[in-house]
Design a protein around this ligand. Sequence first.
Ligand code: NAD
Length: 522
Amino acid sequence: QLQASAQLATTSTSYPTTHEVPEVINTHNFIDNKFIPSKTSQWIDLHDPATNNLVTRVPQSTSEELTAAVDSAEKAFPAWKATSVLHRQGIMFKYVALIRENWDRLAASITLEQGKTFADARGDVLRGLQVAETACGITTQITGEVLEVAKDMETRSYREPLGVVAAICPFNFPAMIPLWTIPIATVTGNTCVIKPSERDPGATMILAELAAQAGFPEGVINIVHGAAKTVDFILDEPRIKAISFVGSNKAGEYIYSRGSANGKRVQANLGAKNHCAVLPDCNKNHALNAITGAAFGAAGQRCMALSTLVLVGETKEWAPQIAERAKALSMNGGFEKGADLGPVISPQAKERIEGLIASAEKEGATILLDGRGQKPEKYPNGNWVGPTIIANVTPDMTCYKEEIFGPVLVCLNVPTLDDAIALINKNEYGNGVACFTTNGATATRFQKEVEAGQVGINVPIPVPLPMFSFTGNKKSVAGGGANTFYGKPGIQFYTQQKTVTSFWSGADAGSSKASVNMPTQS
Ligand code: NAD
């Protein structure tokens, strides 16, 4: 029953392997462990970015449906909270196994709806799966503390779930980012309402189906759909205690302030402009390959895409060699063998990216490699922008100031390491940076002085694995980055502490006079 109503009627052994869509099936809400067709009159058409063929229609869930999802999560919470941590861990082990079993199916949904290559989509799933795998260690991660604070008296701390929590997800990692929330929120005893991106909800729907199969009770995981109106419902619904948001600054700053004003915990990861300083003493071949892959992989639509190259000293001569490597990449439909990058998400994104390339040209930069107008023969109707390299960029140019979020690498030249660090630190974003050098002293100075939250030394995309936390800073996070995703801070975000101080003594108090002073316990 679950699979029959799942998106695209896929199963662990049958899922799309081409861009042909045999049948357009509406995306459903997922409430009480059931896929429920929406009664809305407002639908968002979802097109395959490689073909612009209609894949599915995503509902703008109605107020009744949104309320039903929260009702379901609220109803499920007391019993779910009361389960033992070992019980929840057991379900998480099953969930992990099912995600692994359905790995290709999840990836196929991502390639069809989001456009990234199948191999890259498998990476998207894996990085989320690793969060779920790490969540299986909850039994040692959630232990509290205890101290005997006075004779016969001790204080213990516990971590308790918050209640109903919500996630609002972006389009660019349709499996990984919902999995930044689902495993940690549920294994710590919360119930949740997830709003996937309206541009590619398919992977989340499969994750919901697998969650039910793994044994999550009805109401622990609910999925609703829509755009700004659905988000406003989540922001204003008093029964939702916490919101995890990942996406653009425009939406995220609004969500952070309205969610916080409504008394909710909010964690919000936002946009980026990730710089990479290349030093003349680096291992050149490794650096050039790593930079090319990190700039153009996923068509540059990763929040940690390496979009801004800072060429130090003589390395400014290396830009054409990066262009050679970029030219050799195959841009194609994501299911095609050997495809290195797929299309960008929408015709509007393509237009925006091309506009930014045009602005660079107008403002005096050099277009070293121009991806405008390129398209693979087999997919003439997709949203294609080929790898583009813009050289001789200066910080006042629009292409430097804005997050491009496409396969475009902007290159700036500076004379020294000091200049590179100063340039990077002046940028308002602080998601990721990288430095390529073989000199330990240079690397150490760079990592200490640079003001970005995630630093790669000879590593182009330093996204921390889930035993650490995702630690962007500056304008790449809202609220000063106090609530970071996954790792220990992730568990803290989804739990509140309770401390219990108890006194057990067999002895009589020995006096009939009450003490009125503040107890000092010393
Ligand atoms: P987006 O902000 O357009 O959408 C994200 C979510 O917010 C979606 O669910 C969408 O429905 C909702 N939303 C959009 N506009 C809204 C509005 N005006 N009011 C309320 N809700 C709104 O982001 P996107 O285009 O899906 O994702 C790309 C962005 O996400 C990039 O800026 C990228 O850097 C960022 N991102 C950041 C990280 C990170 O960890 N820092 C990770 C992935 C993506």
